[in-house]
Design a protein around this ligand. Structure first.
Ligand SMILES: Nc1ncnc2c1ncn2[C@@H]1O[C@H](COP(=O)(O)OP(=O)(O)O)[C@@H](O)[C@H]1O
Ligand SMILES: [Mg+2]
Length: 288
């Protein structure tokens, strides 16, 4: 009898705490496994503002070397804003201010006098809409290595171009038309060209902001395969609105809600046994 009472009480307690958790508790820290040993990147108390409007609140999380971390959450929750703060792409947005620490191999990328062009070569970015330069396929890839002085000769440059296109799974499709415009390729090919362009400057981290949202399912599958291959050599943070995609490509998943990082856990756990009620509500489709 006593046991039943205790069990009932626990059930009631967890129900009422579930209810509480559906509101964003401004003071509550991220639940789950947000931190790791020897992180490639470490973010601590990151806050991002657009003018006086705050978009990201006290986000602290590590990204491990060679992991794929997926960032999910309802539209407008701050995924892109947070991702852009990882390579100072927010510097290019008027009125945007980032506070807190973003460490790459232990060094703060927001320190004064840091060369942001070099930073963005180390932490590359692939956008939602493929955005090749209005140049040839070859020049799209060769441009970065040239300005960063990575090629000593034409032979070197040819090698970097071929190697990057191979790693992006595009070489066989374009090797006979390297001097034709990049914009003449299909959407999926253009996105792989953009990935090849990011790879060409030997980045350490690649940020991807919904890289498949403009692509058909076949092109999407191709990019997802590529992400898996790339994760052997690079650390990848990918924003996606597709939970299936997050489940397919990532090691850990981070769930954002109204500018707060609610939960980070191994991807399988997030989609089977989420720790936070808000994560559960999102993955079961109660809001999105
Ligand atoms: N350039 C901007 N100026 C002002 N507000 C912005 C800007 N970009 C995004 N926001 C706001 O910041 C919040 C987070 O947006 P965003 O990072 O784009 O979310 P998500 O990528 O998750 O859809 C939203 O409220 C959005 O309206
Ligand atoms: Mg976005």
């Amino acid at each position: 009898m006593k046991e039943t009472t205790a069990a009932t009480k626990t059930a009631i307690d967890s129900k009422s705490s579930a209810k509480q958790n559906l509101e964003v508790d401004q003071a509550q820290a991220t639940v789950g496994k947000a931190f790791c040993e020897n992180p490639k990147m470490s973010m601590r108390d990151v806050n991002v503002f657009y003018g006086d409007k705050q978009a990201i609140y006290d986000v602290s999380v590590d990204i491990a070397k060679n992991e794929v971390i997926a960032m999910i959450g309802p539209s407008g929750c701050g995924k892109s804003t947070f991702l852009r703060s990882l390579n100072r792409m927010n510097d290019t947005v008027d009125g945007c201010q980032v506070k807190g620490e973003v460490l790459l191999d232990g060094d703060n990328i927001y320190q004064q006098n840091l060369d942001v062009v070099e930073l963005r070569a180390r932490v590359g970015m692939v956008f939602q809409k493929p955005n090749p330069f209005p140049k040839s396929i070859f020049e799209n890839i060769a441009y970065g290595p040239k300005i960063h002085g990575l090629a000593d000769s034409r032979v070197d440059l040819d090698e970097i171009v071929e190697d990057s296109l191979r790693k992006a799974g595009l070489w066989e499709e374009v090797k006979d038309r390297l001097h034709q415009p990049g914009t003449g390729l299909s959407g999926g090919q253009q996105q792989r060209l953009c990935i090849a362009r990011a790879i060409a400057v030997s980045p350490e981290v690649i940020l991807m902001d919904e890289p498949c949202s403009a692509l058909d399912p076949i092109a999407t599958a191709r990019i997802e395969e590529l992400i898996e291959e790339l994760s052997q050599n690079f650390t990848i943070a990918i924003v996606t609105h597709s939970m299936q995609q997050a489940a397919r490509v990532s090691n850990r998943t981070a769930y954002f809600h109204l500018g707060k990082l609610i939960e980070v856990n191994p991807t399988e756990q997030v989609f089977t046994m989420p720790e936070h009620q808000l994560t559960e509500a999102y993955i079961t489709g109660r809001f999105g």
